[in-house]
Design a protein around this ligand. Structure first.
Ligand code: ADP
Length: 289
């Protein structure tokens, strides 16, 4: 941990779970901005994967990232919890402000970032441990030794899994179905009481019934968390999200490489009914990609 007195301070769990201010007379009030992305470029070595992304993510909303494969959706998602730090060749330019704090400020501790911003991956990835130990993992790491049982139960209830597993908490997580494993991963992510949950194609390995269960769960928990989901499934984006960001790729004629860019970002109903950009319209109507 930094001891620099001027180091930026990330909000605490109590702060980020504080009640949202009273709704005003404005029929479409803008929810508080959680992330303010400014001029984001991401490189892998010399390859510019994404360029010039500007975007606001709003509190207690579900934001979907859609677009053709390779347009940089996951790359941008990974910027929100500094997961790109774990990729040696990755380099991030621009600003990702989290409640005004630049996450890429060298004094910000990525471990602290990941306490506030959890991630659920494409393929359910439970640890080869018991159901209980999977969920208790984060709270234990954070030094929460008391009330561990309560924390595990709360997270499993929050992920709509408690009733299915309460009698076999000490059994291996590997014995759960794919859909249950993914809800367990959501329980593991929310057990540390994050503000934001990032989901990278969380349903792509699941059958339609398990997918519907996760989509329902997202609706159930969005009053507590801010969710960003990458999905290749446009119907899913239309069903679950409040806002949608459409990314695409442009070909650089000199290098013949493809760089991702954000084409349009708006309320989901508008993106699917009256998009402003022809490229979005072509994509959402299935004429491209
Ligand atoms: P999407 O999620 O939209 O499918 P990605 O963010 O995964 O797109 O990828 C964007 C571009 O960055 C692609 O050209 C991909 O090949 C490249 N890329 C992604 N991850 C890496 C990596 N770890 N190393 C090098 N290039 C990568």
């Amino acid at each position: 941990m930094s001891t620099d007195a001027t180091a930026p301070v990330l909000p605490t769990a109590a702060e980020h779970h504080a009640p949202t201010p009273e709704v005003t007379s404005d029929p479409h009030p803008q929810a508080e901005v959680v992330f303010d992305v400014q001029g984001l470029n991401v490189y892998y070595g010399g390859f510019k994967a994404v360029r010039d992304v500007d975007l606001h993510i709003h509190r207690n909303e579900i934001t979907a990232f859609i677009g053709p494969s390779g347009c940089g959706k996951s790359t941008v998602l990974r910027c929100f919890d500094r997961m790109n730090d774990l990729i040696e060749s990755a380099r991030v330019e621009g600003k990702v402000l989290y409640h005004g704090v630049d996450l890429y400020d060298s004094r910000v501790d990525p471990v602290e970032v990941r306490k506030r911003i959890g991630m659920v991956f494409q393929k359910p990835n439970p640890f080869p441990k018991s159901i209980y130990d999977n969920v208790a993992f984060g709270p234990r790491l954070n030094g929460n030794k008391q009330n561990l049982d309560d924390a595990v139960e709360k997270a499993l209830r929050g992920a709509a899994l408690w009733d299915e597993v309460k009698d076999r908490l000490r059994k291996s997580a590997m014995g759960l179905s794919g859909g249950q494993q993914q809800r367990l991963c959501i329980a593991r992510a929310i057990a540390v009481d994050p503000e934001v949950v990032l989901m990278d194609e969380p349903c792509s390995a699941l059958d339609p019934i398990a997918t519907a269960r996760i989509e329902d769960l997202m609706q159930e928990i969005k009053s507590l968390y801010t969710i960003i989901i990458v999905t290749h499934n446009m119907q899913q984006a239309a069903r679950v999200s409040d806002r949608t960001a459409f990314f695409t790729t442009e070909v650089n004629p000199e290098s013949d490489s493809r760089t991702g860019l954000l084409v349009e970002y708006d309320r989901t109903d508008k993106m699917f009914s009256a998009p402003a950009d022809e490229r979005t319209e072509n994509y959402v109507t299935g004429r491209f990609g």
